[in-house]
Design a protein around this ligand. Structure first.
Ligand code: IVH
Length: 675
C-alpha cells in the first residue's frame, strides 16, 4: 500500500470503529456483533503497529491508559463549574416555579427535566472535534486533569462526528458514573483480593477516574453522560433541549430519559414517574434536574455564588423500608472500636437485600432508642451500608430492655474502655479482631503492599495461631502456609516471595502500616518528610512533633503513646531483626538525595524476588519512577524471566540493562547509602 492508501485505510477504520462505539455506547443500538467489532479493532491495531508514526491520540486504540502519573495536575476550568440547589418537597418545586415566573415576568415557562446522575462531574474539552482535555469539578474553579483516564471510557467519543457545524472549540459538562451491575462485580473482585469495597457506585466512579495509573481506570467499567454545553466557539443553541440534541448529533452520549415540560405540573409528573422506575434503571440516580429551557432566560436569571438561578435538583426521598431488629451485635474494628450493629429481618430496599445496619455508636442507639425486637425504618441513600432512620412505635408493644454496650470485648474478653461516645477493646494484639485488622492494614496496598495476603488468609493465620504479631508474618514458612485452606505449593511460594519483597519499605509506608491512631497516609508522609528516619520519629517528644504545621495535640499524643508502649517498641525491633529495612523518606516524591532520583525504570519479564508493585515502590522510594515503555530517556531496563520486546528496544537504543539480581543490589546499595 502507498502511504496515502495506508492513511486512507486508517482513517476509514477509525471512523468505522467510532461509529460503532457511538451506536453501542451512546445509542444502545449496535449494528454488528462483538466478534465483528473485535475484528475491526484488531485490524486497526495491526495497521498501527506496522506504522506507529501514524498513531493519533484520538485513535480508538489509545484508550488503554498511559504510564502512571506521580500526581494529578490541577487545571483551571474555562467556565466555573457550578453546583445546584436541591429541594425534596413538592411544595418547594412549586415555589421555584413561582419565583421563576415572577423574575421572568411571564406565566408560561418551559422546563427541561432529566435524571440527576449520581456520579462525578467532569469538564470535557474538544478542539476541532478532538477530545483534548478533561478535568474533574474540584472546587468548581480548579479541577484535576484526568484527560488520560477519561480517554479510557468507551462511551466518551475521542473525536466528534462532523455532520453539522462542529465548533473549533467546545467545552461540555457531563457525569461519569458506574452502572450498578458493574459496581457490584467490581466490589466482589476487590473484596476477594482482600481490599476494602467501595461504599457506593459514586465512590467507585470517583476512585476509578482519579487514578494515577490510567491502565487501572481502563479496567473499570465507567460511563459518561453529557448534559451541558459550557462554552462553544460558534453560536450556541437557543434552548437546553436543542443543546442536548446537538450534543447527541456530535456523538456525545446524552440522557436518554428526559422530558420537555410545558408546566411545573409536568415536571412533578416526570419526577414521580422517574422515581417509580428508579430501581429498574441500570445506574444510580438521586433525583431529577429541572432547567429553564430557554437559554436567553437562563442568561437573564444568571447565577448566585455557587449555583445557577435557573436550575434546581429535585431530589428523591431516600429509600426506606420497614423491618424488625432481631438482635444487636457488637463488631470490633481494626483499632479496637466497638460498633453496635443491628441484625435485621432481611428486607429489600431499592433492589438490595438488607440484613444488617450500622448503629454507629452507643449514643446513637440511645438517641434513636433502638432495642432488640423493635420495628424500624431502614434507609439506603445510595450507599451499600444502610442505616436505621428511626424506630416505628407500635401501640401496646412490650419492649425489651435498652441496649447496653458490653463491659468486655465480645472477641477476646479484654476490658472495654470508653472515650466520649466510643467504646473500645483494650486488648490490642491479644484481640483477634484487632490483630486481624492490624495485619490487613499493615499489608494493604498503601502500606507494605503484601500481595496475596487477603482478608481470608489473614483470618486463617490468626485463627490457627500462626501469626500473633506483625513480626510473625516474617517467620512464616512454606509448611505453615500449606496447612491453610486454599494454599498449594505455588500460592505459598508467591505469598512468601511477596512477604520477602516487602522487607524494603519506605518510611511513610511503614509508619502508615503500623496503624497508629490518627496516623494515616497523609500524616505518615508529613512525618517521613520532616524526620527522614524511623528512629527520630520513635524518639520525638510532643513539643518536637507539634512544631510541624499539620501535627496537632491529638496526633502527637497518639504517636507518643504508641511509641512509648513497650509492646509496640518490641514489635518494631523484631520486624527490623527479621530483615525489614525502612528506607528513609517518602515512597514517591522529591527525594533528591538518592543518585537514582529522577531516573526512569522499565520492567520486562517476570521477577522472582519482587512483585511488580513492590519493585515499583522500591524504585519510587528512591525518587525514581517506573514507565511502561522504553525510550531514549529510559535509564534502566530490568529484564526478568522471559523478557518481551522491550529488551530488544533497550538494546537498540543503548539503554542500560539490569538483571533482577543487579536491580536488587542497586536498590539495596541505595538504601544503605541513604540510611
Ligand atoms: S446540570 C449549572 N444536570 O449534580 C448546572 N447536573 O448537585 C450544572 N448532576 O455537580 C449541572 N446529573 O455533578 C446537571 N443532568 C444533570 C446532572 C447534574 C447530575 C450533578 C452535577 C452537579 C450536581 C449538583
Amino acid at each position: 500500500m502507498t502511504h496515502a492508501e495506508i492513511l486512507a485505510k486508517l482513517t476509514a477504520l477509525k471512523d468505522e470503529i467510532r461509529r460503532h462505539d457511538n451506536l453501542y455506547y451512546a445509542k444502545d443500538r449496535p449494528e454488528i456483533s462483538d466478534t465483528e467489532y473485535d475484528h475491526l479493532f484488531r485490524e486497526l491495531i495491526d495497521l498501527e503497529r506496522q506504522h506507529p508514526e501514524l498513531i493519533t491520540p484520538d485513535s480508538p486504540t489509545q484508550r488503554v491508559g498511559a504510564p502512571p502519573l506521580e500526581s494529578l495536575t490541577k487545571i483551571p476550568h474555562e467556565q466555573p463549574m457550578l453546583s445546584l440547589d436541591s429541594i425534596v418537597e413538592p411544595g418547594e418545586v412549586q415555589a421555584f416555579d413561582q419565583r421563576m415566573k415572577r423574575e421572568l415576568e411571564t406565566q408560561s415557562i418551559e422546563y427541561s427535566a432529566e435524571p440527576k446522575f449520581d456520579g462525578l462531574s467532569v469538564e470535557l474539552v474538544y478542539d476541532h472535534g478532538v477530545f483534548t482535555r478533561g478535568a474533574t469539578r474540584g472546587d468548581g474553579t480548579t479541577g484535576e486533569d484526568v484527560t488520560v483516564n477519561l480517554r479510557t471510557i468507551r462511551s466518551l467519543p475521542l473525536q466528534l462526528q462532523a455532520r453539522s457545524g462542529l465548533p473549533d472549540h467546545l467545552v461540555v459538562r457531563g457525569e461519569v458514573y458506574m452502572p450498578l451491575d458493574d459496581f457490584q462485580a467490581l466490589n466482589r473482585r476487590i473484596t476477594e483480593r482482600g481490599d476494602d469495597a467501595f461504599a457506593n457506585p459514586r465512590n467507585a466512579a470517583s476512585g476509578s477516574l482519579r487514578q494515577l495509573d490510567s491502565t487501572i481506570t481502563a479496567t473499570r467499567p465507567l460511563v459518561v453522560t453529557c448534559y451541558e454545553i459550557m462554552a462553544q466557539s460558534t453560536q450556541p443553541p437557543p434552548t437546553h433541549w436543542d443543546e442536548l440534541d446537538r450534543m447527541a448529533q456530535w456523538g456525545l452520549p446524552v440522557p436518554d430519559r428526559r422530558k420537555l415540560c410545558s408546566s411545573i405540573d409536568e415536571v412533578t409528573a416526570f419526577h414521580r414517574e422517574t422515581e417509580s422506575i428508579r430501581d429498574e434503571l441500570p445506574y444510580e440516580i438521586d433525583g431529577v434536574v429541572v432547567k429553564i429551557n430557554r437559554r436567553d432566560w437562563q442568561d437573564c436569571l444568571g447565577m448566585k455564588s455557587r449555583s445557577p438561578r435557573w436550575a434546581i435538583a429535585y431530589k428523591f426521598t431516600p429509600r426506606k423500608e420497614i423491618t424488625v431488629v432481631q438482635d444487636i451485635a457488637v463488631s470490633v474494628g481494626r483499632t479496637g472500636t466497638l460498633t453496635p450493629v443491628a441484625l435485621l429481618k432481611p428486607v429489600e430496599v431499592g433492589g438490595v437485600t438488607i440484613s444488617r445496619a450500622t448503629l454507629h455508636n452507643a449514643d446513637e442507639v440511645a438517641r434513636k432508642d433502638i432495642r432488640i425486637g423493635d420495628t424500624v425504618k431502614v434507609e439506603r441513600a445510595g450507599d451499600v451500608i444502610p442505616a436505621i432512620a428511626e424506630r416505628v412505635p407500635i401501640p401496646g408493644e412490650q419492649r425489651k430492655a435498652p441496649f447496653c454496650m458490653p463491659d468486655h470485648c465480645p472477641i477476646c474478653g479484654s476490658n472495654v474502655a470508653r472515650e466520649g461516645a466510643y467504646f473500645y477493646c483494650t486488648g490490642q494484639s491479644v484481640c483477634g479482631a484487632q490483630l486481624k485488622g492490624a495485619i490487613e492494614h499493615f499489608s494493604s496496598k498503601h502500606a507494605l503492599n503484601i500481595e496475596g495476603l487477603g482478608k481470608k488468609t489473614v483470618a486463617q493465620l490468626v485463627d490457627e495461631g500462626l501469626v500473633r504479631s506483625l513480626a510473625d508474618l516474617y517467620r512464616l514458612t512454606k509448611e505453615n502456609l500449606l496447612t491453610l485452606d486454599g494454599f498449594a505449593d505455588r500460592s505459598a511460594t508467591l505469598l512468601l516471595q511477596s512477604i520477602e519483597g516487602s522487607k524494603t519499605v519506605s518510611l511513610d509506608r511503614f509508619l502508615m502500616g503500623l496503624g497508629i491512631r490518627q496516623v494515616g497516609q497523609h500524616i505518615a508522609k508529613v512525618l517521613a518528610r520532616e524526620f527522614g528516619s524511623l528512629d527520630e520519629i520513635l524518639t520525638a517528644d510532643r513539643e518536637r512533633l507539634q512544631q510541624i504545621r499539620e501535627i496537632g495535640p491529638e496526633i502527637s499524643d497518639s504517636l507518643v503513646a504508641y511509641c512509648s508502649e513497650p509492646r509496640n517498641q518490641e514489635v518494631i525491633a523484631q520486624l527490623q531483626r527479621l530483615g525489614v529495612q525502612v528506607a528513609p523518606g517518602l515512597a514517591t516524591g522529591d527525594r533528591k538525595t538518592s543518585s537514582l532520583a529522577g531516573k526512569t525504570f522499565v520492567f520486562t519479564g517476570g521477577l522472582d524476588r519482587f512483585t511488580r508493585d513492590q519493585a515499583q515502590s522500591a524504585v519510587e522510594a528512591m525518587g525514581a519512577r517506573v514507565s511502561s515503555s522504553v525510550s531514549k530517556k529510559t535509564s534502566y531496563v530490568v529484564a526478568g524471566r522471559d523478557p518481551g520486546s522491550k529488551l530488544e528496544q533497550a538494546k537498540t537504543l543503548g539503554v542500560t540493562i539490569l538483571t533482577e539480581q543487579e536491580f536488587a543490589s542497586l536498590i539495596e546499595e541505595e538504601g544503605k547509602e541513604l540510611s
